[in-house]
Design a protein around this ligand. Structure first.
Ligand code: SGN
Ligand code: CA
Length: 581
């Protein structure tokens, strides 16, 4: 038995003796509770909160970081929402859990072992509210889409968004009595609704049992819509930070395929739906100057181009429109008065708008964390609850000129992770151990004392409990992580590639275009130079390729590349905005 399970038993024993002279009939189960707060597309670069002099002082993130442990080198196994979540629940790589892509995939196989199921079986009450995203409804799918749905398994209670979910007045799905899903539209803002529903569930749960709750937020996912009251509130943060030095990356000295990716701020960011410009106030010549090339093919109705717009009620629309109209008018003014002249000027302003909106959505997540922590404290639960905060992958904040994720480059491979559990996890520590989202499931089983051989053997990740004391541990020294991305053809046209991350290097093989890349992250942390063919790295390349083979074998990756059927896409397959009908 590990020390956490032992502590849990000890606490249970204490509560047994304490309850001897109390009237309660039932002894509360003292095993630790688990709260998992998962955001969508939150970048570690903007976690900011953990730095004392951060220009982004999200107070509740900072408190969580101060009271818990921040993992500085936490990575995902597949930088895409659904697949990464499948890795979180199963503790296994995509080729093992079968959920390779967001789109065009079979629905998640909910019959396989997952940590919620293991905890549920061991007597935990389990719930998920908000983002689940383990269904695979292809864009443009018409009619009956039930064959793509996958209801959460291992949860006593679930109330989830369909697919990606919406920011404004979102739909929630619950299981109906007849087994059919019930869909209800709820007035309000997604992050706030998910928080309220999570607190409601906590309040109504059976207080004699330990619980595991997943709080799944939509924020800060595209198209980056802050709540109405937070509109503009993150401008000060956006103004206080500098754009990345490689915002204007020309992709030289990297694999050719990078030039085909459709996720650049300059050419693929949609000025209406992503930057939220209001078309009516942009004269046509300026529209031409601003639009990314692909935007020219888009529909012209604002309703159509800003997918959240159709979700808003008249008051929300008015506030949203007025705010963005003023911002657009300012942009037009700055173009007319010559303040914005060049492509670089346009890019910089676009980046600021992007940051302001993105960081604005995180304000509500910060409020949510505050409310959840307050609830735990007020109800005497905070000491016996492990709170884990994570994103579902990383995200580009303009590094390499990009937004979105998918690539093995550091910013989308790495993800935010904070864990807090008073008395067990040393507060205020920054861990530099190499960890992966596959590790959460075994960690939860470990702390809950359901770390049986049978359970632990199903995982490809490993428990993080040895890191709780100092953030470092012998077992994590020299660890290397395997990564794979499959969704091609797919939105943003990132290629199929896999690879690894060691303490120092990132090695990747691009299956779509048969190219290798190697980054020496110590000398080139921004990953601007592919050194795969540099003679001075020849020995390293040999070693890393051998390690790549070993990792693939250890993780049981099949020959070739899973999911690679038919002709691989080497040409862009999608427009910058997919059709939404
Ligand atoms: C949507 C977004 C993409 C994003 C994917 C996957 N387009 O399709 O930009 O990469 O989700 O994101 S949007 O115009 O519909 O917003 S993920 O987080 O689910 O993996
Ligand atoms: Ca995501």
């Amino acid at each position: 038995m590990n020390r956490h399970a032992a502590t849990a038993l000890m606490l249970a024993a204490c509560s047994l003796s304490a309850s001897a002279d109390q009237p309660q009939k039932q002894t509360p189960d003292q095993r630790p509770n688990i709260v998992v707060i998962v955001t969508d597309d939150h970048s570690y670069q903007t976690l900011g909160t953990c730095e004392k002099d951060s220009p982004m002082p999200y107070p509740n993130f900072r408190k969580l970081a101060d009271e818990g442990m921040v993992f500085d080198r936490s990575y995902c196994a597949n930088s895409l929402c659904g697949p990464s979540r499948a890795c979180i629940y199963t503790g296994r790589h995509s080729h093992m859990n079968g959920y390779l892509f967001n789109e065009h995939a079979a629905p998640f196989d909910g019959s396989q072992p997952t940590f919620p199921k293991m905890l549920q079986k061991a007597g935990y009450q389990t719930a998920i509210v908000g983002k689940w995203h383990l269904e695979a409804i292809p864009p443009g799918a018409k009619g009956d889409t039930s064959k793509y749905e996958s209801d959460p398994t291992g949860f006593d209670y679930w109330e989830i968004f369909p697919g990606q979910g919406n920011y404004f007045n979102p739909d929630f799905i619950t299981p109906g009595k007849d087994g059919k899903r019930v869909v209800k539209t709820e007035p309000g803002y997604a992050t706030e609704l998910v928080t309220q529903k999570s607190l409601k569930w906590l309040d109504q749960r059976d207080k004699n049992k330990p619980f595991m709750l997943v709080v799944g937020h939509k924020a800060p996912h595209r198209c980056w819509c802050p709540s109405i009251q937070n509109l503009g509130r993150a401008k000060q943060y956006a103004d206080a930070i500098d754009p990345p030095a490689n915002l204007e990356d020309d992709f030289a000295d990297r694999p050719e395929f990078l030039k085909m990716t459709e996720q650049t701020l300059l050419n693929h960011f949609n000025v209406w739906s992503d930057e939220h410009l209001i078309k009516e106030v942009v004269p046509e010549d300026i529209q031409k100057m601003l639009s990314c090339p692909e935007s020219k093919t888009l529909h012209t109705q604002y309703d159509w181009e800003m997918p959240e717009w159709v979700r808003m009620d008249p008051q929300q629309k008015e506030a949203w429109y007025n705010y963005h109209k003023a911002r657009t008018v300012q942009l037009v003014k700055d173009i007319k008065n010559g303040k914005i002249k060049t492509q670089r000027d346009i890019l910089l302003r676009r980046w600021r708008h992007y940051m302001e909106d993105y960081l604005g959505t995180v304000l509500s997540v910060d409020e949510s964390i505050g409310q959840i922590m307050d609830y735990l404290k007020q109800n005497g639960l905070d000491r016996n609850t492990l709170v884990l905060y994570c994103g579902d992958q990383g995200f580009y904040m303009g590094e390499h000129g990009l937004y979105d994720k998918r690539w093995i480059f550091e910013e989308s491979f790495r993800m935010p992770l904070i864990m807090r559990w008073p008395g067990h996890i040393r507060p205020g520590v920054r861990s530099s151990a190499m960890v992966q989202e596959l590790d959460y499931a075994p960690t939860f089983c470990d702390v809950a004392g359901v770390n049986t051989k049978e359970n632990m053997n199903t995982f490809q990740g490993r428990s993080l409990t040895p890191l709780f004391k100092t953030g470092e541990h012998q077992d994590f020294k020299n660890r290397s992580l395997y990564y794979a991305f499959y969704e091609n053809p797919g939105e943003h046209n990132a290629p199929r590639h896999d690879g690894l991350r060691t303490d120092r290097y990132t090695l990747s093989y691009i299956w779509t275009s048969d190219e290798w890349m190697l980054f020496d992250n110590q000398k080139d942390p921004a990953q601007m130079h592919n050194v795969i063919n540099k003679p001075e790295y020849a020995e390293t390349v040999k070693e890393l390729k051998a390690l790549y083979g070993k990792l693939r074998k250890d993780y049981q990756v099949p020959e070739g590349f899973p999911g690679a059927t038919g002709k691989l896409a080497v040409k862009p397959q999608w427009d910058c905005a997919p059709s939404r009908d």
